[in-house]
Design a protein around this ligand. Structure first.
Ligand code: TXA
Ligand code: MG
Length: 346
């Protein structure tokens, strides 16, 4: 298979080709509303294995199976009333449900576990490919983790995928910048209490309102989720997370801590700061930092965050400083992703 370093525009023809490629056991990169996904037919062991090899993802980290509708999801998993209520409320959309696997459904995607993650994405290109695939495949399930190398920031643009996978990029459908920009909310429905495994655009409150009861959090015997590993969403450059209202003070402290690190640490005015990138809503006082303006609201932060991290990561900086707002539960997904990105940097 030759390299394809150009994304392909979605047309009836290219969508049909993507469905045929999946059926043939090949990998395809699909745009979804959350992030780009590295997709394979979930019922073919070798195709699923190819995802793990290309990503460099450790074996045993289960993948989410994507389907075009709730009917197909039930070929893979057992729905209870809670699952029906959440699927009715939020599908198609950025919500993944962890459910008991149908005993006779293929288990490659979920690492042989008795539970399986299902998601019905709303992106029109993902939907079109899933529907075309379901017309030629009885189960219509497509396993798709984010289309990045393991441990790196998820791709929210076609170019990010090419930046990560290079010559190994499979057929890549260009769906433009992802609207949501962070991975789906994951709710585990395998126990008596529903639990939130990963915060995302579908907020905890909205899920609790549909379920009519509070969501539990993660606990020690939660199923393995690579999104829950400490340092999962990491740029190469160390990341620091600081309180928004302490940004300038934190930059001074960082300068003092690193001020003797030589000429390369000096900015244009000769002061420390020229090797720091800052992502914040407010312009920092230090004129020497490389400042990237962040959006004002939580949805905007989510949409722009990974692109901003990738952009700052390319600048050869000593550190990236992120001033994350903590203004209530709608910021949970942002706080979750920036604190994971910072694990190596703190
Ligand atoms: O938004 C998304 O969910 C994106 C797009 C491509 O749809 N996909 C995505 O996949 O984020 P991935 O593989 O990067 O994250 C899937 C998460 C992992 O943390 C995985 O371990 C968890 O879902 N997961 C999948 N099946 C599970 C299961 N049976 N039990 C517990 N966690 C599971
Ligand atoms: Mg991922």
């Amino acid at each position: 298979m030759g390299s394809r370093l150009e994304p392909i525009q979605p047309t009836d023809d290219s969508i049909h080709r993507a469905a045929l490629a999946l059926k043939a056991g090949e990998l395809v990169v699909l745009p979804t509303e959350t992030v780009y996904g590295l997709a394979a037919d979930a019922s073919q062991a070798q195709a699923v294995q190819a995802i793990y090899s290309l990503k460099g993802r450790p074996a045993g980290h289960p993948l989410i199976v994507h389907v075009a509708n709730t009917g197909l999801a039930q070929r893979w998993s057992v729905f209870d009333d809670r699952a029906h209520a959440l699927a009715d409320a939020f599908w198609p959309g950025p919500l993944t449900l962890i459910l008991p696997r149908q005993p006779d459904a293929p288990a490659w995607a979920c690492g042989g576990q008795s539970s399986i993650g299902l998601r019905c994405p709303s992106h029109p290109v993902a939907q079109a490919v899933l529907q075309a695939f379901a017309r030629i495949d009885a189960l219509g399930g497509v396993a798709a983790p984010s289309a990045n190398r393991f441990g790196r920031v998820s791709p929210t643009r076609a170019q990010h995928v090419i930046d990560d996978l290079g010559e190994q990029t499979p057929l890549l459908l260009d769906g433009g910048p992802c609207e949501v920009g962070v991975e789906s909310t994951i709710v585990d429905l395998t126990g008596t209490q529903a639990r939130l495994l990963r915060p995302g655009r579908i907020r905890r409150e909205a899920i609790e309102a549909v379920l009519g009861e509070p969501l539990g959090g993660q606990d020690a015997d939660a199923p393995r989720a690579s999104g829950t590993l400490a340092s999962h969403y990491c740029p190469v450059t160390p990341v620091r997370v600081v309180d928004e209202d302490r940004l300038d003070a934190a930059l001074v402290e960082l300068a003092e801590a690193n001020g003797v690190s030589g000429v390369s640490a000096l900015g244009r005015s000769g002061r420390e700061g020229g090797n720091s990138g800052v992502y914040s809503r407010q312009r920092p006082m230090n004129p020497d930092v490389l400042w990237l303006a962040a959006p004002s609201d939580a949805d905007g932060w989510e949409q722009a965050l990974y692109d901003a991290m990738r952009h700052l990561d390319r600048q050869g900086l000593a550190r990236i400083v992120i001033a994350a707002p903590r203004e209530g539960p709608q910021w949970d997904a942002v706080m979750d992703r920036v604190s994971r990105a910072a694990v190596r940097g703190q």
